[in-house]
Design a protein around this ligand. Sequence first.
Ligand SMILES: C[C@@](CO)(OP(=O)(O)O)[C@H](O)COP(=O)(O)OP(=O)(O)OC[C@H]1O[C@@H](n2ccc(N)nc2=O)[C@H](O)[C@@H]1O
Ligand SMILES: Nc1ncnc2c1ncn2[C@@H]1O[C@H](COP(=O)(O)OP(=O)(O)O)[C@@H](O)[C@H]1O
Length: 282
Amino acid sequence: MKTLTLSAPAKLNLFLHINGRRADGYHELETLFTFLDFGDELTFSLIENSDQITVTGDTSGIPLEDNLIYKAAKLLASYKKINVGVEIHLTKNLPMGGGVGGGSSDAATTLLALNILWRCQLTIEELAKIGLQLGADVPVFVEGKTAVAHGVGEQLEPMDIAQKWYLVVAPPVHVSTALVFTHPDLPRNTPKLENGWKLSETGNDCQTLVKKLYPEVEKTLSWLLKYAPTKMTGTGACCFAEFENREAALRVLESLPSSWQGFIAQNTSESICHRQLRAWQN
Ligand SMILES: C[C@@](CO)(OP(=O)(O)O)[C@H](O)COP(=O)(O)OP(=O)(O)OC[C@H]1O[C@@H](n2ccc(N)nc2=O)[C@H](O)[C@@H]1O
Ligand SMILES: Nc1ncnc2c1ncn2[C@@H]1O[C@H](COP(=O)(O)OP(=O)(O)O)[C@@H](O)[C@H]1O
């Protein structure tokens, strides 16, 4: 049986600016995506004499048809007319709907893995286009490079940034992305960055609104800010504090209030999924 195990890393939006709203309701964004060396894990096993796609493991009550892993596999199978079955086993390590992109990353890892196992021979650009049908964040995970994204997140401009340690904290609250993007108080007119911009001059345009709507996010940000520069990622609720070394991040993780979940990780310029895929192919 042919088996492949890959990570689906978390992302952080090191900044997130909203430049406008399109006629279809989606927002024009400018955001810096980086990947962490921590994520979910997916194992893909081809099933002989079957065309079934199954998802097992930590599916947390998500109906199969709504699981982004299943949706990604189905989309690729129908695009390339594949009739080979696959069992996909998920180990969920990332908080769901927390702004670290776990579902989108699972979908991207599925496209990348099945492109190889099913011998689809699609390019990364073709896979990214398929991924965009599943969500605005899927293309950046398919491309797998730290990048500034424009448009709804699909126009990517890779860039090099310093490697840091992050403490990511998930407060016990679920932020609705749709609610944030439809809220009248969301600022939507941040100008595009000029050449020579500095990370210290950027922010997250959703943060003030989300802090107001979800006091747990406000509490998390104020607590972390006592120790290190901190922002919210995506539309929240996860917040990340930046450290120069692992020891400093670990010290703060160890004193985290018990009702908050947290993890520490380093950012990587290339997604760990892409590194693992290359190692597996050689
Ligand atoms: C804003 C980001 C930043 O990374 O937030 P997080 O979801 O990671 O927190 C993402 O681009 C989210 O991407 P993703 O979660 O894939 O979004 P989608 O499923 O495509 O859209 C969810 C909902 O958010 C709104 N939406 C999303 C992206 C965008 N550029 N403009 C929008 O207005 C739409 O109302 C849509 O119905
Ligand atoms: N495999 C999956 N992992 C996580 N969420 C999933 C998955 N499949 C579908 N979803 C749905 O997608 C939503 C957004 O997921 P996620 O990517 O974790 O959010 P975010 O982009 O805010 O980090 C979840 O609330 C969940 O309902």
